[in-house]
Ligand binder design. Structure first.
Ligand SMILES: [Zn+2]
Length: 94
């Protein structure tokens, strides 16, 4: 087995982490403000015609990643990948 992030070899019995990411579509109960009943019916027809597998993937996705300890720490520090490069210290004076 290898780490999904850095490709490091994960020896049998070594410490490794399975990170499972669940992504679900969030429905807040509100329909788009613009558009009347005609649009809604058109939308429902469109949904009917969709490939069910593709539609389900749009609504719910789940990914599992096997990570080495270093990559697990890096993932937990920045799960969304928004941190900018430049080292761990933030707001460092220059
Ligand atoms: Zn790794």
């Amino acid at each position: 087995m290898i780490c999904d992030r850095c490709g490091a070899e994960l020896a049998p019995g070594s410490l490794k982490y399975l990170v499972t990411i669940h992504v679900t579509a969030d429905f807040d109960g509100a329909l788009p403000a613009e558009g009347g009943l005609d649009d809604l019916e058109a939308f429902m027809r469109q949904v009917d015609g969709e490939d069910p597998v593709r539609l389900e993937r749009d609504v719910y996705q789940s990914h599992g990643h096997l990570l080495c300890p270093a990559c697990k720490d890096a993932f937990l520090r920045d799960p969304l990948g928004v941190a900018r490069g430049g080292g761990p210290e933030e707001g460092r004076m220059h």
